[in-house]
Design a protein around this ligand. Structure first.
Ligand code: NDP
Ligand code: 8X3
Length: 273
């Protein structure tokens, strides 16, 4: 059997771990990989949502799904999650790790930032950067030992370009891209792949979490057609399904209506005419 055929066989009945699977892109990736025949371990803080998703995916696709609490900011929680994932995977090991858990908090500009802004900044770094590192460290050694596996990190267009009010979120996502690149170098010589996926505007709960206001959050996508969570999941599914000798280093995916972080085409709606 060729290496390519071997990998395709591996994915079927293999096991994927997805962080931040209770909503948005993480939940959409779970649906795509379940449809591809992978068993899943899903992590997030809102376990009620994870459990509903797990039940639905098992019913629809017949795959095994383990829903487990995970707070990527907490080392103890990461350890318990990783242990549960390893137990669930058994001898198969983890074929795919999707480091998706992440968030933005606020749009504070540094010159007018407050003491509260520092809490938001710390939460973003602890979740998006340290959280990703904690989870990766816990899973990557076993992938190296097995000489197989694929780590997919969620970067962002915000990690490529910056915008006012986005300094810290942009810095966290630039860090994700840099960490991905360094890890890729550190893993050279193994068959473990690392990919960074950098979406532009994707309509999920992301803007509500960031702005804490439903109208403002809706305004982020007003008059334009954003990407959906499933659009991004489709890219991730494609990356992980490629032959084992191929590595997609980075993908940038944006709505056609978004040409750069701040250059968004908004069509006039009935309400605005
Ligand atoms: P959502 O807010 O819809 O989902 C975020 C997910 O991350 C939730 O499942 C949430 O689960 C989880 N999460 C947040 N903090 C933690 C934590 N401490 N521990 C574990 N899980 C956590 O946003 P998206 O789906 O849009 O975002 C997913 C990723 O994609 C993020 O990394 C984001 O930065 C990135 N991204 C998003 C873009 C967009 O425009 N939407 C564009 C580019 C990148 P819970 O709260 O239950 O813990
Ligand atoms: C999220 C995309 O443009 O809101 O990563 O920063 S943006």
């Amino acid at each position: 059997m060729s290496q390519t055929e071997e990998f395709a066989a591996d994915l079927e009945g293999g096991m994927a771990v997805i962080t931040g699977a209770s909503a948005g892109i993480g939940a959409a990736v779970a649906a795509r990989l379940a449809a591809r025949g992978l068993d899943l371990v899903l992590g997030a803080r809102r376990t009620d949502r994870l459990e509903s998703l797990a039940a639905a995916l098992t019913q629809e696709h017949g795959v095994g799904v383990c829903a487990h609490a995970l707070d990527v900011r907490d080392s103890v929680s990461v350890e318990a999650f990783a242990q549960a994932a390893e137990d669930f995977a058994g001898d198969r090991g983890v074929a795919v790790l999707v480091n998706n858990a992440g968030l933005a908090r606020g749009v504070a500009r540094i010159p007018s930032a407050t003491a509260e802004s520092e809490d938001d900044w710390a939460e973003m770094f602890d979740t998006n950067v340290m959280g990703l590192l904690r989870v990766t460290r816990r899973f990557v050694a076993d992938m190296v030992a097995r000489d197989r596996g694929h780590i997919v990190n969620l970067g962002s267009l915000a990690g490529i370009e910056t915008y006012e009010g986005g300094s810290v979120y942009c810095a966290t996502k630039a860090s994700v891209r840099v960490i991905t690149r360094a890890l890729r170098l550190e893993l050279l010589g193994t068959r473990v792949r690392v990919t960074c996926v950098n979406p532009g505007l994707v309509e999920t709960e992301f803007s509500l979490v960031r702005l804490q206001d439903a109208d403002q959050a809706a305004g982020v996508y007003a008059g334009m057609t954003p990407c959906t969570a499933d659009d991004v999941a489709r890219c991730i599914q494609w990356c992980v399904g490629l032959p084992a000798h191929m590595s997609i280093e980075e993908i940038q995916v944006q709505p056609v209506d978004q040409a750069s972080a701040q250059k968004v085409h908004r069509r006039k709606t009935d309400a605005s005419t």
